[in-house]
Ligand binder design. Sequence first.
Ligand code: GTP
Length: 499
Amino acid sequence: MQVVLLIVLLTAHLALAHWYGHTEAVLPQLAMLAVQGMAVWAVFTRYRRSPSLIRLPWLLLALAVLMQMLWDSTNVLATVLGDKGGYLAALATVLSALYVIPCMFMSTRLFTQHEPRTVVALDLVLLCMVAALVYQFFITLLSGPLASDPASIYVVVYLADAIDFSLAAMAILRLFGARSFRWRFFYYVASAYLLVNASVACIYNRVEMHGLPWWAGSLIDVPHALLLVVALRQPPRWLRTYRPSLGVSQTIGSFAPILLAMMVVMLGISTSRINFVLSLLVGAAAVLFYGLRVAFIQSRHIDQQRAIDLSTWRLEQQVGRDPLTGIANRATLDTRLREVLEEGRSTGCFGSLLMIDIDYFKQYNDSLGHIAGDACLIQVAGALSRSQVRARDLVARYGGEEFAIVLVDTNAEVALEVARRLVTAIEHLQIAHPACPLGRLSISIGVATQTEQTPIDPVAMLDQADHALYRAKRNGRNRFEAATGDADPSSALYGASNA
Ligand SMILES: Nc1nc2c(ncn2[C@@H]2O[C@H](COP(=O)(O)OP(=O)(O)OP(=O)(O)O)[C@@H](O)[C@H]2O)c(=O)[nH]1
């Protein structure tokens, strides 16, 4: 139905232009207005059917065509009322140029929900600069004394072409950078319109320089008729199947806003014919504003990266930590023990492992309660961490009231010495234990040292240390035992002295 009406209007426009001429008669221009009106209606229909995030671009596209309609209406008014002062002609010129503003906005903005306000404000400043320059440029060149200079007309025509084709190119780029089908469809419609519009404007402006033929007005119908058809028809299949990679999409999205600054610079260079100082200032301001935009985004990005690094670090810390005591957990112990065993195997500098268990902890809990038990575990963990272990060694909670210490490059003799110091350190904490023969908290330790035969798998080493610990318990607690063979004589002595 709409297509039939469109064909009727296009034919009527051609026929009326042929009979009455293009520029002087009202009827052909009214036919042109009707075609534009249908295009606005089609885009507006898409606007109403779209989800909220993509509505603004559709509205901007409708606004762009609406501005072309206003331009056309001003021409009709000038034809009907006469335009002796040339005001309506000037207004029409400005309107014909200002349609680039909504087009620029829809081709260069990212339309993301969380875009910082500063960035939006900077883009709006650039956009206002474009609008002011377009106004100044067209008004001065087309209605001032320079208007009679053919060179001025050429500058205007070339500039208009450059702007139109840049907008079309940007919309095409956005089409190939859009990952969501709805956005691809929007940029597909917009780029089809902008490309054909740029081509038509390019031909129209050149034809106009030699006097407009009767059919020239129908050229202006072409982009609007195409817009109507493309917006209402089913999209082609490739548009659904095509999907750019995230990298391509992000690169194109990041590049888009530079077009705004480019436009200001281009317009600034063109206005140098009218006002050199102004053009210089405008060019510098465009670079400055774009620089500010980049700097702002960059600093935000650095801030975000820092926050991500921090939370990643915290997460890593939490994953490898025991939540109660804050020292390393079983998973970290296994990893570190395997590393130390591998290192020992390859360098010959063997490591040791201490398995530590709090004596009579069940009774401690039973007599003082679980809360006190937890506090005791925290205290013991702190004491073990502080007690003469080096930065490369690892103190971990093995589970329950059991702890483990991995000692890098430490032979049996030194490991037993460390075990002795630990037993003393816990003793010096003087934690009262009413249900234990000593009357204060103590620990037992099993010590295992790596040899050439020790497998890399941590289980074997843990098992050895656990056996030694069992022996320490069996031999009276508050002592340490070595996993290799008999109990160390010094251990027995120490144990005897504390029994
Ligand atoms: N408060 C508290 N108690 C815990 C925690 N994890 C394990 N336990 C307790 O630690 C106690 C360990 O008891 P047992 O394995 O019998 O060992 P023990 O009483 O220390 O006896 P020996 O090791 O033979 O000296 C149990 O009562 C557990 O409930 C914890 O996170 N907090």
